[in-house]
Design a protein around this ligand. Structure first.
Ligand SMILES: [Zn+2]
Length: 380
């Protein structure tokens, strides 16, 4: 099957992160099995999703891991002109959810399996779930790869980079803060503690902290923006205009450059809550509380020099001028001691949006690169 056809096939599976990816994983396992390739699953704790990894070629060190996530972001509320899960080619582009991020890369890699028949060093596939909701799936698979496979020379994370080699991305911690106040009539603000108003103070504090990080960070970090950021994405609270709200929750993230430690940022926030906010709240009702939980985290990535980068540059890939604006699984591979680089077809600007697409030319360049990786690992 061609790279385009296999990409289309993968896009047909609706693998939005909230749903199961098992039909896609079954499909890939069967596809590999037809070539006599055994694959291994590493399932989510509830068994509804799975990673899959597989090795082709001799069981030897020095192979290359091709890594991709199988989940995609939702299409809800987006203005699509085509069915997002029925990909179509229009004006030299393949349209559909996940074509760019990142089933184009996975489909291309899988389509080249028939050409991986005389490998001297192995090629490993590493397909994950739940990347889009905090890189939650990959760690259990990476642990198994490190444990069970001979050490590879390179991990190529095929996120869309326009086929440039990217050697850095920010880390991310996602959090949920729940504020518990004390209900009263809205005319009696001296008798209640508003969870909504308290949350607003905390959000303002987080905003100020981002401004401080921006001012304190050297502008030449290679990241855009150059500093670590804090952003609140969801806030919910209150029941009526005239009730001082008892509960308010907000969800936020810290995206850290490698030089910053998210724990220090979180500690500053916790200290502010403890010292500046909670005493006043508790003077009205000792039950009042502010509780912050980490819901997901992924480490930052920075590998300016590695065998993974050398492999790609030897094959003619240009290093990118800046680091990735997004968080990916590269930091998790790096944390496990694996030489890693991000390089894949398509551009991130075309991902996550309605009418997501990948240019066929990009898909083609991805295919050329993977073909030269295969050649390099093949007996001459
Ligand atoms: Zn992605």
């Amino acid at each position: 099957m061609s790279a385009i056809d296999l990409t289309k096939k993968l896009v047909n599976f609706n693998t939005v992160s909230r749903d199961s990816n098992l039909p896609l994983i079954d499909y890939v396992a069967t596809y590999l099995d037809d070539f006599g390739i055994k694959s291994h699953r590493v399932e989510s704790p509830d068994g509804k999703k799975s990673n899959l990894y597989a090795s082709i070629g001799p069981e030897e060190p020095g192979g290359v891991v091709l890594s991709g996530h199988t989940d995609v972001v939702p299409t809800d509320g987006q203005d699509w002109h085509t069915d997002p899960f029925m990909p179509e080619i229009k004006d030299g582009n393949l349209l559909g959810r996940g074509t760019c991020d990142m089933k184009g890369f996975i489909g291309t890699a899988l389509s080249l399996v028939p050409e991986m028949n005389s490998l001297e060093k192995p090629i490993h596939f590493a397909l994950s779930y739940d990347e889009e909701i905090g890189c939650k799936g990959a760690p259990s698979m990476i642990a198994e790869i490190v444990d069970k496979l001979p050490p590879p020379q390179a991990v190529i994370v095929g996120e869309p980079t326009g086929m440039k080699a990217i050697t850095g991305h920010k880390g991310m911690v996602t959090l949920k803060t729940a504020v518990q106040g004390h209900e009263a009539h809205s005319s009696q603000i001296h008798r209640g503690v508003s969870a909504v108003m308290t949350a607003a103070t905390l959000v303002t504090k987080l905003n100020a902290m981002t401004q401080e990080l921006a001012a304190a960070t050297d502008t030449a970090t290679g990241f855009e923006p150059h500093h670590s950021t804090i952003h609140v994405g969801i806030i919910r609270g209150g029941t009526a205009i005239n009730i001082i709200s008892r509960r308010c929750e907000f969800q936020w993230d810290i995206r850290c450059i490698p030089a910053d430690d998210p724990k220090i940022i979180l500690d500053e926030f916790e200290k502010f809550c403890r010292d500046e906010i909670l005493p006043n709240m508790k003077s009205i009702d000792p039950q009042c509380s502010i509780d912050t939980q980490i819901t997901a985290s992924a480490p930052s990535f920075l590998m300016a020099d590695s065998p993974a980068l050398s492999l790609l540059t030897a094959l003619g890939v240009q290093p990118a001028k800046s680091h990735a604006p997004y968080v990916a699984e590269a930091g998790q591979f790096q944390s496990s001691g694996l030489p890693t680089v991000i390089c894949g077809p398509g551009f991130i600007d075309q991902a996550h949006k309605p009418n997501e697409f990948i240019a066929l030319d990009q898909l083609n360049q991805g295919e050329q690169l993977l073909r030269s990786v295969i050649q390099r690992l093949t007996r001459s």
